[in-house]
Write a protein of this length. Sequence first.
Length: 286
Amino acid sequence: MLKPSDLDSCVGIGLRTPHLREVLATRPKIGWLEIHAENYFGGGPAVAALDAVRRDFPISLHGVGLSLGSAEGLDRDHLKRLCALAGRVDPFLVSEHLAWSLVDRTYLNDLLPLPYTEEALQIVATNVAAAQQALGRCLSIENPATYLRFRHSPIPEAEFLGELVRRTGCRVLCDVNNVVVSAVNLDLDGHAYLDTLPRDAIAEIHVAGHSRIERDGRTIAIDDHGSNVGPDVIDLYRCALARFGMIPTLVEWDTRIPELQVLLAEAGKVQTAARSQLAASARPAC
């Protein structure tokens, strides 16, 4: 059930380098901040500034390089650095992607998709369990934006995530924008996807902007995080709130980064959507 008292602290934005000084100087009214963990592995001035920021804002760590789908297991050095950062920052959430990016100790600069098979599920579950044991806390696993189907991928993605939760006790980061992108690209039902996710395991929601291009007579959605959150994402976000309740929500904007005030305005728009959903006397038919 949504509560008005939760709204002011529900919505966060990503802390990006161009905004760091302004955030420290103005302490904007925002519920929380997310950082990309790997940006702070090197120590130095960035981590010192983060120490100052975290005194005023709850912090979420969002990883992009743990490569939970790698059959060769986790990069122990990477995991050690992540654990050290989590110990220093004490984030209220730590999240990663349902993807892989590491092979033969070489990192590929992308989040690559997995076939949803029993073999892949066991690999991801083993890696998630190892990461959680090292961190001493639950991971939240983000659903990907999808552009293709594997010929053999018998487990629907939302069911894959649900089984991962059952086996490891992890949580789910429901990226609503990614659900919309995947629905456009693969002709999926985004509302049915939300209905299949484990209701009690949702720890965080992401919303973002995406772009669309026309190619060979069809529309392709691109998860570029480079524009305002669109009405289709807001509509599905409201449905997510109706199903999951008031969940910490991040406004993502990672390319063509605008002024801080634009991000804060987007966060306000998302808060307005949450208030509207709260005010509804009954859950909409999503």
